[in-house]
Design a protein around this ligand. Structure first.
Ligand SMILES: [Zn+2]
Length: 286
């Protein structure tokens, strides 16, 4: 009886031992499989993250080179100091070109204007007031990231030209300093639009001083008339565009990105459609 029990116990122990071994083997195999899967997953995610980094690098390059290229680019950087007139320089252009320009920003309208430009795959030029760049530096950066051209519209936008030309040049230099501090070198240096334009009997000594300081400056030869009243209707703005572009092959169109100019934002899609219907393609000052 005792021997029988002993044999039974032995068999039981062997069975238990085998079971424990089996469990151990299963556990080891499972652990190996899990480990392999984990490693694989990590490899994949590491690969993905490299991919993401590469993608974002590509994106950055794209946003840096987001600007328009091709025949309709008007290259400012090659222009000598003094007045720049694309409608004169490009008067023999084989096709009609419109350069959209927005003065006085950035403002609460900037994002809306950029959205409309993006919807139409158009790049514009923004002449920024230094004070407004200090107030909305992120909007100035957004313009650059969106591939727009950014240039100088003085720091304080004094319209009466009663101070000396030196004071005026200092105000332009101040805007240049603000643009540089916010945008680095991602704006056109030494390129300015005079507040109110470089017109009128007071202006010649100011033009001379700005030119002597090494700046190029540009006026316009068409407009939407949004500066002619505090707030004009969309119909009025459309009418001014139609009238002022008429018969012109190359147009630099003056509009305003100021907080009060809400109808310019409303009219912009129609202005673009009208220019397209008249056979204009859209260029960029760079
Ligand atoms: Zn202005």
């Amino acid at each position: 009886m005792k021997t029988l029990n002993k044999n039974k116990r032995k068999k039981l122990l062997v069975k238990r031992g085998a079971a424990v071994c089996l469990v151990a083997v299963v556990a080891i195999v499972s652990a190996c499989i899990i480990q392999r899967k984990y490693n694989k997953k990590n490899q994949v995610s590491a690969y993905n993250s490299t991919k993401v980094i590469k993608k974002s690098k590509i994106k950055k390059v794209k946003s840096k080179d987001n600007k328009l290229s091709g025949a309709d680019v008007f290259n400012i950087e090659n222009c000598a100091p003094g007045v720049v007139e694309p409608w004169v320089t490009k008067k023999d252009s084989p096709h009609k070109v419109a350069y959209l320009t927005f003065d006085d920003g950035p403002s609460i309208n900037t994002r809306k204007i950029l959205d409309i430009l993006n919807q139409n795959n158009i790049k514009a030029t923004f002449f920024l007031i230094g004070k407004n760049v200090e107030r909305y530096p992120d909007l100035a950066k957004l313009e650059v990231a969106n591939g727009e051209t950014v240039a100088n519209h003085t720091y304080s936008h004094v319209l009466n030209y009663r101070e000396s030309p030196d004071v005026f040049v200092n105000d332009i230099n101040r805007c240049d300093t603000v643009l540089k501090s916010v945008l680095g070198d991602k704006y056109i240096p030494k390129f300015v639009r005079f507040p109110g334009g470089a017109f009128g009997r007071r202006i010649p000594p100011f033009k001379a001083a700005v030119t002597n300081a090494g700046y190029r400056f540009i006026n316009w030869n068409a407009l939407d008339g949004d500066a002619e009243h505090p707030l004009s209707s969309v119909d009025y703005l459309m009418d001014r565009v139609r009238t002022t572009v008429q018969g012109k092959k190359v147009v630099v169109i003056l509009m305003h990105d100021a907080a009060a100019k809400t109808t310019t934002v409303q009219a912009l899609p129609q202005i673009i459609q009208y220019l397209k219907s008249q056979g204009y393609s859209f260029g960029q000052l760079q």
